[in-house]
Each structure stands twice: as structure tokens, then as C-alpha cells.
Design a protein around this ligand. Structure first.
Ligand SMILES: [Zn+2]
Length: 72
């Protein structure tokens, strides 16, 4: 049975999505490997995502405080 063919989100290459493929489902094995190995760019992206997430949570928390204060 053939595996589904996906296009890698990183390099644009087509690859077979095998069930036991490590890493992201939208990345070819080569790009998954570099991601798992932890290149500087990958770490940077992770930090940026973390910062964005924390900023979002802080904003949500501030909003919640505002609403809560208005209610009471
Ligand atoms: Zn790729």
C-alpha cells in the first residue's frame, strides 16, 4: 500500500508520509532531522513562539482582570 505523498512545508519537496516518520507530518524526513537536531534557527523559532504565547497569555490575563474588576 503506497504512503500518501505530502509536500514538505520547509523545502517544498514531495515525500512519502510514513506512519512511523519522526517529526512533523508536513515536513520531509530531511527537514524533520534538522529540526530534531536543533539548529540555531529552530531554537530561535521555538523561543519566538514561546514569547508570543507568553505575551498572549499576559494579554488574556490582563483582559480577565479588567472584566473581573468590572463585574465586582
Ligand atoms: Zn523538507
Amino acid at each position: 500500500m503506497p504512503f500518501p505523498i505530502k509536500v514538505c512545508a520547509v523545502c517544498g519537496e514531495e515525500f512519502e508520509l510514513k506512519p512511523d516518520k519522526p517529526g512533523f507530518a508536513n515536513r520531509c524526513p530531511a527537514c524533520s532531522e534538522t529540526e530534531i537536531a536543533g539548529p540555531a534557527k529552530g531554537r530561535m523559532d521555538a523561543v519566538e513562539r514561546k514569547n508570543a504565547k507568553e505575551a498572549n497569555e499576559a494579554r488574556r490575563q490582563a483582559m480577565r482582570d479588567l472584566l473581573y474588576r468590572k463585574d465586582s
